[in-house]
Design a protein around this ligand. Structure first.
Ligand code: ZN
Ligand code: MN
Length: 490
């Protein structure tokens, strides 16, 4: 029997996003984690005595740009702090991070879950360096690769505003879209460019009282799917533990760090959670504080682009695209830019949207490139959509025309004429094809007239025959109408 009457999950996240820079945060070493082990390191990123770190300006500006897009206030004055801990992948015994004055703070971030809007508050976002990597795949020893040491990371901390594993999943995906759209990160999950640490607990309402389970922070998850699974698991586990212990006292157990075991589909206890004082934060004496002038902030702000969530909503509301199509197009910023241009050039939104997804994106996917790399410019994409909307070509001919446009640079109207794809609006010519099709397919005609079971199929067949006779050029609407009329006649 379950005693929990009402369970409300409370979820927040810490996310580490690897920023896309050529070099590391405080030295000139290239960011190239797949290079031969320990080949992208120097005295600075290893913290050798006598070396002095120098801040990477590009990393700072990317982080500020991301902070602005998260709706945060950007600090005009910030500094670097040392976070002390010992681990083999951190040979200098401290990580350079930001403690009490984060670069960005106090934002909000919007996303959608199945078409309904959600919002999450962003507590802070700061810049810090990554550690190296311990590699455990050689039996009997652990290898350390320090290529990743000093790679710039943006650490984003949210408020615990999420209420389900699905909402969290949607938020994580939207955050990936945002940093990609801004160009501040490749956000490649496979390469560990985004690492999520959900913290989860549940509020349990029982006999008019609310109880809260201890917060579990699940460390270092690098897949959206695992984020969702780990949270679902934690919610169930915490409720079960609470029920088992009859744990009606708040704050009895302490918060803990847990790890996600993907093979077994469970989280496992790692250790109790450190408090900030365990890290002995103090300002890094080797680095100057950072001041951001109005001018610098202004020029960063100028790089801000429409956020993908707003762009999708606009594509749906202004252009009338389905949410699914809008999502597909907005997934890649240059693709979305191209689509905006198509509309600006007079492409009728509805047909342009359908063709963009069903024709152009399909061709691009078949070739493994982006639509922007197909060699078909916005003007020609717009013109094809216009010709289709106006009935100059029918849908089938439009597809053939698109094929031709991929290899030839002519405008679609010239190509349509040359290839004989212009739709025949001539009622007489169309009527002749209908007569011909009727004469050649007597059985179908009689089915269409008298056999209710076969009627629809027979009409469809006749329509196909007429289109075939026309070489695909007849107007399908006109054909349908003429067949209808002809069937009424004896
Ligand atoms: Zn270095
Ligand atoms: Mn961190």
């Amino acid at each position: 029997m379950t005693v929990a009457t009402k369970v409300r999950p409370i979820i927040g996240l810490e996310i580490h996003v690897q920023l896309r820079t050529r070099t590391k945060l405080f030295c000139g070493c290239e960011v190239q984690t797949d290079a031969p082990p320990n080949s992208r390191v120097c005295g600075i990123c290893l913290g050798h005595p006598g070396t002095l770190p120098v801040m990477n300006r590009v990393a700072l500006e990317s982080a500020a740009l991301a902070g602005m897009a998260l709706g945060c206030e950007i600090a005009r004055f910030t500094k670097w702090d040392r976070k002390s801990y010992y681990y083999p992948d951190l040979p200098k015994n401290y990580q350079i991070s930001q403690y009490d004055i984060p670069l960005a703070a106090g934002g909000t971030f919007e996303f959608d879950v199945d078409g309904s809007p959600r919002e999450i508050r962003i507590r802070r976002a700061h810049l810090e360096e990554d550690a190296g990597k311990n590699i455990h795949d050689t039996p009997g020893c652990t290898l350390v690769d320090l290529n990743r040491t000093g790679t710039p990371l943006l650490e984003i901390v949210t408020e615990p505003d999420l209420a389900s594993a699905d909402d969290t999943y949607a938020f994580c995906v939207e955050l990936q879209r945002l940093v990609r759209h801004l160009g501040v990160s490749e956000a490649d999950m496979q390469k560990g460019h985004m690492r999520f640490e959900p913290n989860v607990n549940v509020a349990i309402e029982h006999n008019g009282r609310e109880y809260r389970t201890p917060i579990a922070e699940v460390k270092n998850i690098n897949s959206f799917k695992f984020v969702r699974q780990a949270i679902s698991y934690e919610i169930e586990r915490q409720v079960a533990v609470w029920e088992e212990n009859n744990d009606y006292v708040i704050g009895k157990a302490s918060n803990e760090n847990r790890g996600w075991d993907a093979d077994r589909g469970v989280t496992e206890f790692q250790r109790g959670k450190e408090a900030a004082h365990d890290y002995r934060y103090f300002p890094d004496p080797d680095l100057l504080p950072v001041q951001l002038s109005d001018e610098t902030l202004g020029s960063i702000r100028a790089q801000l682009v429409e956020r993908p969530v707003q762009r999708r909503r606009r594509f749906a509301s202004e252009y009338g695209l389905s949410m699914k199509d809008a999502e597909t197009i907005v997934e890649h910023r240059p693709t979305a830019d191209l689509f905006d241009e198509v509309i600006k050039l007079g492409g009728p939104a509805e047909i342009a949207g359908k063709q963009f997804v069903n024709v152009w994106l399909k061709h691009a996917n078949d070739r493994g490139v982006a639509v922007t790399e197909l060699g078909v410019e916005a003007a020609r994409i717009a013109e094809l959509a216009k010709m289709t909307a106006e009935g100059t070509v029918n849908k089938t001919a439009a597809n053939q025309l698109a094929d031709a446009m991929l290899t030839r640079s002519n405008c679609p109207s010239a190509l349509a004429k040359e290839l004989g794809l212009v739709q025949v609006q001539d009622a007489d010519a169309t009527a002749r094809w209908v007569d011909e099709a009727f004469a050649a397919n007597q059985q179908a005609v009689s089915d269409a007239r008298t056999n209710p079971k076969k009627m629809q199929a027979a009409i469809g067949f006749l329509r196909g025959q007429v289109m075939k006779l026309s070489g695909g050029k007849a107007d399908p609407k006109l054909v349908g109408k003429l067949i209808e009329e002809r069937l009424q006649q004896p």
